[in-house]
Design a protein around this ligand. Sequence first.
Ligand SMILES: Nc1ncnc2c1ncn2[C@@H]1O[C@H](COP(=O)(O)OP(=O)(O)O)[C@@H](O)[C@H]1O
Ligand SMILES: [Mg+2]
Length: 255
Amino acid sequence: MNEREVQFEDSGSLQPFPEARGPRVVLRAQGLTKVYPAVAGAAAGEVELFRGLDLEVRAGEMVAIVGESGAGKSTLLHLLAALDKPTAGEVYCGEARLSRFTSKQASEFRNRDVGYVWQFHYLLPEFTAVENAAMPLLARGMERGAALQRAEYWLGEVGLGSRGHHRSGELSGGEQQRVSLARALVPEPKILLADEPTGDLDSKTGEAVFELIQGLHRAHGLTSVLVTHNTDFAGRCDRMLRLKGGRLEELKQAD
Ligand SMILES: Nc1ncnc2c1ncn2[C@@H]1O[C@H](COP(=O)(O)OP(=O)(O)O)[C@@H](O)[C@H]1O
Ligand SMILES: [Mg+2]
């Protein structure tokens, strides 16, 4: 159970979402612009990744984002996770406006409301799988026994029930990515953001990790955004979008 829903008092002058069919919008990027300013003395001028980008992700959807390297996919995912702030535009999660978060609200949002999986897992190799999976709970001060118990449950969910007491540095690449998935889901967030989670894995292991993500997405009613280079995986998501030239092109729409 989540102890808390995303609800922040300062929702500002939020425009109500337009009435639409289907499930509610969970994540909405509106007019999103990201420009890196020119650095004095550097040869390159300013870098404009996207300008006025819009995206809506509805409850329960699994949306894939594809695009060439350097297109800005990771930057977009960072903005959706309140890991970075846009130059202009806004990301809404329900009623919350991410650009208005204080740093404390942003870290709470990242700790509780979104699960994030990176291409490289960033586990702590000297700690066991269960300790790694429990990190978000330990970081917020949950009692150790309770945190480890919840992490054990999530290791079971990712198919690593028997490997919990191995150091993460002793696990295979696929197992490590499973631990990082357990760590992302241990706070029981509603949103899962995954940035090329199978990019470092061989094709068989990548297939197993993709199937696991899709299975957990469905079983736990998540709303997910998956960045991937694998167009087969992307085609098996509800929607496939391509980030190209600063625009999101819909390659496959929900039925
Ligand atoms: N601080 C920065 N200053 C200037 N350019 C940056 C900065 N951070 C990232 N970039 C550029 O933004 C582009 C998009 O990066 P990224 O979002 O990682 O793309 P992708 O994930 O699609 O490969 C890259 O060309 C990168 O060099
Ligand atoms: Mg990237």
